[in-house]
Ligand binder design. Sequence first.
Ligand code: ATP
Length: 279
Amino acid sequence: MAESNGTPLLEVSGATKIYKKGKESTKALDDVDLVLSGSPATITTIAGESGSGKTTLADTILGFTKLTDGTVRYRGQDIQRLPKDQRLEYRREVQAVFQDPFGVYNPFYKIRHIFDVAIKRFRLASNDNAARDLIEDALSVVGMRGDEVLDKHPHQLSGGQRQRMMVARAYLLKPRLIVADEPVSMVDASLRAMILDIMLRLRDEHAISFLYITHDLSTAYQIGDDICILYRGEIVERGDTQRVIDDPQHSYSKLLISSIPVPDPDVVWDTSAVTYEGN
Ligand SMILES: Nc1ncnc2c1ncn2[C@@H]1O[C@H](COP(=O)(O)OP(=O)(O)OP(=O)(O)O)[C@@H](O)[C@H]1O
């Protein structure tokens, strides 16, 4: 897919999504604009409370959900109107890592199946040796080896290992963007640190950008470049992560940030948190 100079990797414009069920309707996204330049690669956090529209935005960018209004452009092209060959390229270059790694595995297949399918679908290797090398390379990025995992079934791996398999599968495809929807919320603290570190390495060493969807502002603070605070489907504040978290301007951001747990016993818990009642 051609990327002309200055064209952002991803551009979401006026994204509005209304879910309708009978007479009820929910506006999950309300006129959201978002641009990821892709160069240099960055980690952009989408943060907000449950129901704020984070997953809807992620699903929209992945092409799983159609917008009611607005567009998602990947390298300048509306993802809903891509010709077949460009669609395959977009499918390869924009990968997903989800919260529950168990949900995406077929329990009947061994782990190697997820890699074999990806290699076949995107014609990544011309023979078995080349395929094996690609898989080992991808596993090494997440600190694993093929003989440890490939002949196992999903239930024989820990949650953290399954999540690392998902990251390895995404990396195998040499994506430009990984949409990571709560990727560390179901793993323990040490694995969380490892996965966040892998994300940083993929950004810095492999130029992979991330859209990091989370309600956890402390991890966003650790790894995020930019942050967008989503509230009821609208981005109410955006900017450099440290700036926004250290000095939030919008009253909802202030409320969200005041609820971050403070680990330092010498830091007094701020009990004067505002109650958010709208703009
Ligand atoms: N398929 C659907 N049908 C109807 N309403 C939906 C659907 N998916 C999401 N919604 C509604 O849209 C709003 C945004 O939901 P969404 O899942 O995008 O939020 P979220 O920020 O990802 O929440 P969480 O952190 O709990 O996953 C919510 O009010 C939700 O109930």
